[in-house]
Design a protein around this ligand. Sequence first.
Ligand code: NAP
Length: 288
Amino acid sequence: METKIIDGKAISAAVKDEVKEKTALLFEKFGVKACLAVILVGSDPASAVYVRNKKRACEYVGFESLSYELPEETTQDELLGLIDKLNADDKVHGILVQMPLPKHIDEKTVIDRISPAKDVDGFHPMSVGALCIGEPGFVSCTPAGIIQLLKRSGVEIAGKECVIVGRSNIVGKPMALLMLRENATVTVTHSRTKDLPAVCRRADILIAAIGKAKMITEDYVKEGAVIIDVGINRDPESGKLFGDVDYENVFDKCSAITPVPGGVGPMTIAMLMNNCLEAAIRLSGAKL
Ligand code: NAP
């Protein structure tokens, strides 16, 4: 059986094009220009790249984007003051604070301050709670993107055994809730799981969100499994990116796999755009 490479670039482009079309419609029919505010504190180079990519995506889909690049010494109160101002601004539909924040600012306090109606990252406790009990709310972009990758690649989820490696608040846990919503039978594993390879070999769909380059080898994979690799690990010497999955080693054993780069990564920004459009539709009361 031939292994299918799940093309995150193509699928994310399709999602962005759909957002672009609806963004234009929202403006034409209701005069609403979707708007995302992005806040960056400090000068972390990786964060600066992420913010630049988000601004580019806003431009592509036709959003207004407001960019706040604040100095490292910005106080927590100053940042919270800006969030309050954006929460109250009817023209702003999504607010994103790029993580990580400098050490003197408490990330949880900042996340909690963003209005859940504008929480396009899906990190607010109310967004997470809504996901948990199946109510409408924003879903963390990376796991939401993985559901799109699976569905748009024709992978059936209902009734399948899904094993997730990693239990972080931004990937592993929301991923488990989403797969449960899609009627998979879900197992969440972590660094204290006993005999991880044996647990992973149960998976029809194996999702790796660990942060350890090439950890998942063929020993962890059932013949014919679908593998989703969330990991982004940069080799400090070559600068090359590697996933959490040993791609070459597992390739022949699985039925489908996401590459790194070009798999899960591009979906995250596409889903951010999708969430922000959704926020603009909900906040404006438009019926598209
Ligand atoms: P994280 O917060 O560090 O969580 C890592 C998880 O992996 C933890 O739950 C940890 O278990 C588990 N783990 C670590 N070592 C393990 C081991 N040897 N065996 C089993 N489980 C182990 O990381 P994250 O934020 O979820 O990110 C995971 C990876 O995805 C990173 O490479 C990150 O760069 C990447 N990522 C990519 C995107 C994207 O857009 N593609 C988005 C977000 C993250 P414990 O809980 O027991 O410590």
